[in-house]
Design a protein around this ligand. Structure first.
Ligand code: FAD
Length: 291
């Protein structure tokens, strides 16, 4: 099934998981997948680290297991900056052989010690290429506060439009903590002629280290309400986890109220957090469904 078709009649609710590192056994993620199954997400996306950090085999193995053991629609991430066309061909053939027909096409971040190839400079190059290689449903990433390398938001949105014109049928946003940033971005994207569904990426914060790492990577702004929570509970892991869950729920309720196309929950492979949030918001999300 193509994920794009889900947006026709519902507010989509999806999860993101990451596969085990090369050094860990694939089985280490099985327990988390089992616990996510009972939450009935519309789909689960599986990351793939760019360059040498990634393990395409594990991404495919997790996606395949989601589909075959858990009856969950999988989406495989595919960052292209360190792959040439021949390598992408091999991965796409493996996707086909394993029944994976939904791809999140990405440029990926440059990884030190791994040279970028000349074949794919931007995600739009990969999207165009995948379209020539089979009947895949292709999603792309978008950035409510602008991509960190973009000179400004207008230029970033112009590049986002190129991805949609190249064939991206829906978008998944970078994480953000300020819903107004998402609404402004969505409005600007629509004005620029981008009309495909856009899922909002929500990351529940459960530790101070996690938030520092994420924010340094993606540059998300931190509203005062959010930083106050971190400051107050940073030395109390359980309270910080509960406050992070509550903050994410609050964001989701507001987004669904404002008619968001979908919520993509960055689960960080933490089924407890995913369950708490799903239990709190599933009725609200289904209330947004179009009959
Ligand atoms: P692009 O769309 O290529 O954009 C990158 C930069 O180039 C932007 O500044 C853009 O404005 C500019 N640009 C785009 N097109 C052009 C053009 N034609 N000419 C000039 N400039 C252009 N990374 C991983 O390695 N593995 C993952 O699994 C992964 N999953 C992700 C999931 C989501 C939902 C998101 C939001 C990000 C994910 N990333 C992942 C990170 C992502 O790879 C990085 O953010 C990367 O820096 C940009 O990828 P992109 O596909 O958005 O790139």
């Amino acid at each position: 099934m193509k994920i794009a078709s889900l947006f026709e009649n519902r507010t989509v609710f999806s999860f993101e998981v990451f596969p085990p590192k090369k050094t860990s056994p694939i089985e280490s993620v099985y327990g988390a997948l089992e616990e996510l199954e009972v939450l009935h997400p519309d789909f689960v996306s599986v990351t793939l680290g760019a360059g040498g950090s990634g393990n395409g085999e594990n991404t495919i193995a997790v996606a395949k297991r989601l589909q075959e053991q858990h009856n969950i629609l999988p989406m495989a991430h595919l960052p292209c900056i360190h792959y040439n066309k021949t390598q992408i061909d091999v991965i796409l053939e493996e996707f086909k052989a394993n029944g994976i027909e939904n791809i999140l096409a990405l440029r990926g971040d440059l990884v030190p010690d791994f040279e970028p190839t000349e074949d794919f400079r931007h995600a739009c190059d990969l999207i165009e290429y995948i379209r020539t290689k089979g009947d895949f449903d292709i999603a792309a990433a978008c950035y409510p506060e602008g991509h960190t390398e973009a000179p400004n938001m207008d230029i970033d949105i112009a590049h986002l439009r190129e991805k949609v014109e190249a064939g991206a049928s829906h978008l998944i946003s970078q994480l953000f903590f300020d819903n107004d940033a998402f609404y402004n971005f969505r409005w600007k994207a629509e004005r620029a002629g981008i009309h495909v569904p856009m899922e909002a990426g929500i990351m529940p914060v459960t530790s101070r280290k996690q938030i520092e790492r994420m924010v340094s990577m993606c540059g998300a702004s931190l509203p005062r309400k959010f930083t106050r929570i971190i400051q107050k509970y940073e030395h109390n892991p359980e309270a910080l986890r509960d406050a992070g869950i509550a903050y994410a729920i609050d964001q989701i309720v507001d987004l669904v109220t404002e008619g968001v196309d979908g919520i993509h929950l960055y689960t960080m492979n933490n089924p407890y957090v995913a369950r708490k949030i799903t239990e709190a918001v599933s009725g609200i999300i289904r209330s947004g469904d179009k009959c």
